[in-house]
Design a protein around this ligand. Structure first.
Ligand code: DGL
Length: 294
């Protein structure tokens, strides 16, 4: 894995991954370990993290700026490794911005809600109506997310389209992503997770959910705390894995995004302070390279 810095690499084809902060690294780490032949550039917008409590218009503008920055850096395909950005901005960027932009026809942007919904419903994204046996699925699914992701309603909407009998319970964890970025002590993170789980149980009359979607890419960093507070039979859907599975399928169908990649190159950028961001990143990904300034 190479260190940060783009000199000499600006023309190479890379896959871009974006998050407001370090949460997207949970997805990137899985992608890097699976796609040895790909080169990646990751952008974290620490100047504006967290996104989850910002107005939608701001999230759209910040996400578009980040995607453009990654395109300028050589990425033709960008994955939003952020549920908030995906839930709020992806459709607007794909339908309203990209087709009229200078990147139209050559570049693309994808999100992480679709693969998560596919995994939660066991139904392909292209199938938008109930199919046997999913129409008989009566499970309860809990979705933990930021204020903005929950307000978008995208998870319940997309799950119910495919599995109308599933009960979807959403829970805002408004402080958790910020607390993870701010390196709050484990006890405080544990309290925030416990509050989130308790919030779900108040909405299900105390019945634990069958499945839990950690609908914020920061939350896998505290998955052990969710595991502690949820009963053993609640299956936690791990976004990094389901996103990487789906990305694998996508790249099989769109191999040109890998042409020109040398493999193994990773560039990490932040709009914040690279030293601080690099230190925190190593807490949960010890061998990760250093961040550079975006
Ligand atoms: N990690 C992001 C998500 O998946 C955003 C967290 C935030 O910036 O609030 O939602």
């Amino acid at each position: 894995m190479t260190s940060a810095g783009l000199q000499g690499h600006t023309l190479a084809l890379m896959i871009g991954v974006f998050d407001s902060g370090l949460g997207g690294l949970t997805v990137l780490r899985e992608l890097v370990s699976r796609f040895r032949h790909a080169d990646f550039v990751y952008l974290a917008d620490h100047a504006h993290v967290p996104y989850g409590n910002r107005p939608s218009g701001e999230v759209v503008d910040l996400t578009r700026n980040a995607v453009e920055e990654l395109y300028r850096r050589g990425a033709k395909l960008v994955l939003l490794g952020c549920n908030t950005a995906t839930a709020v901005a992806l459709r607007r960027l794909q339908q309203q911005w990209l087709p009229d932009s200078p990147w139209a026809g050559t570049h693309n942007v994808l999100g992480i809600v679709a693969p998560t919904v596919e995994a939660a419903t066991q139904t392909p994204w292209a199938v938008t109506s109930p199919q046997y046996p999913q129409k008989y699925n009566t499970d309860t699914v809990a979705v933990f997310g930021t204020t903005r992701t929950v307000a978008s309603g995208v998870f319940p909407e997309e799950i119910r389209k495919r599995c109308p009998k599933v009960t979807v319970v959403q829970q805002i964890c408004s402080e958790l992503a910020g607390a993870i970025e701010a390196e709050k002590p484990e006890a405080e993170l544990d309290r925030l997770v416990a509050e989130g789980v308790a919030g779900v149980l108040t909405k299900t009359a105390g019945l634990p959910p069958h499945r839990a979607i950690l609908g914020c890419t920061h939350f896998p960093l505290v998955e052990h705390l969710f595991r502690r507070h949820l009963p053993p039979f609640t299956r936690i859907l791990s976004q990094p894995e389901v996103v990487a599975d789906s990305f694998e399928d996508y790249l099989h169908r769109h191999r040109h995004y890998l042409e020109g990649s040398e493999g193994g190159r990773l560039t990490l950028l932040t709009t914040g302070k690279p030293e601080d961001v690099s230190r925190l990143a190593r807490v949960f990904w010890p061998e990760v390279a250093a961040f550079g300034r975006a």
